[in-house]
Ligand binder design. Sequence first.
Ligand SMILES: NC(=O)c1ccc[n+]([C@@H]2O[C@H](COP(=O)([O-])OP(=O)(O)OC[C@H]3O[C@@H](n4cnc5c(N)ncnc54)[C@H](OP(=O)(O)O)[C@@H]3O)[C@@H](O)[C@H]2O)c1
Length: 228
Amino acid sequence: MGKRALIVGGSGLVGCKLLDMLLEGRHYDAVTAVVRAPLHLKHPKLTELIVNFDQLEQYEQQFSADDVFCCLGTTIKQAKTQQAMYRIDVEYPLTIARLALQQGARHFLFISAMGANPASRIFYSRIKGIAEGGLRQMPYNSLSILRPSLLLGDRREFRLAERWAGAFFRALPFLFAGPLKKYRAIEAETVARAMYLMAIDNPQGTTVYSSWQIEQYAAEQKATVPWR
Ligand SMILES: NC(=O)c1ccc[n+]([C@@H]2O[C@H](COP(=O)([O-])OP(=O)(O)OC[C@H]3O[C@@H](n4cnc5c(N)ncnc54)[C@H](OP(=O)(O)O)[C@@H]3O)[C@@H](O)[C@H]2O)c1
């Protein structure tokens, strides 16, 4: 029998690619997408769970899954205040992780970010570090933390700085070799593929993947794990 997946952030740049893989891949029988608005997607494996993220406890019974994929996140521009950003990037993931664990989940896969550190002076890096710390406290069988660099991909929303940075990385990839490889931008699809493959591989304990390790993982595992 295939596994059951729970995905949060399945409408985002990485999340929608991962959701597609979870639905089309052969390893999962059932996929629950926790969203705040309809995805307008129909698939026999898909259960769309529209929730109020400020009252996640109400839906605990429906958070039952083997593997939980968290692709949730925002920007300060979208969130408007640091308090709101903290709620989305830290409190929601930790609440979902706790509720899914109570429902028997064994593997939590979390997109953090390069430079995540609870002591960082940079707010974004600090909150990602805090979220990682909270997840490490939970007795998951497996915890996979991915720390990508800049994400590349076609985004509906216009983000000027990311678009410029993405164009720079694409034009001059050779600059990001050797010791600078950790700064290399990464395709959102590669991050999604790595997450899928990590869930299938199911390493025990906590594993943290830097951006280039995510890239390497996706490339190596793709060759060995039958995809569909
Ligand atoms: N952008 C980068 O270059 C970069 C670099 C390193 C790490 N990361 C991290 O990678 C992860 C994925 O990034 P991404 O660019 O794929 O994200 P994204 O496209 O911005 O998508 C974010 C997801 O979070 C959901 N979300 C945002 N605010 C929400 C709220 N208030 N309530 C409920 N759901 C909410 C969105 O749902 P809606 O569709 O409903 O808005 C969407 O599904 C994030 O954790 C991000 O911090 C990003």
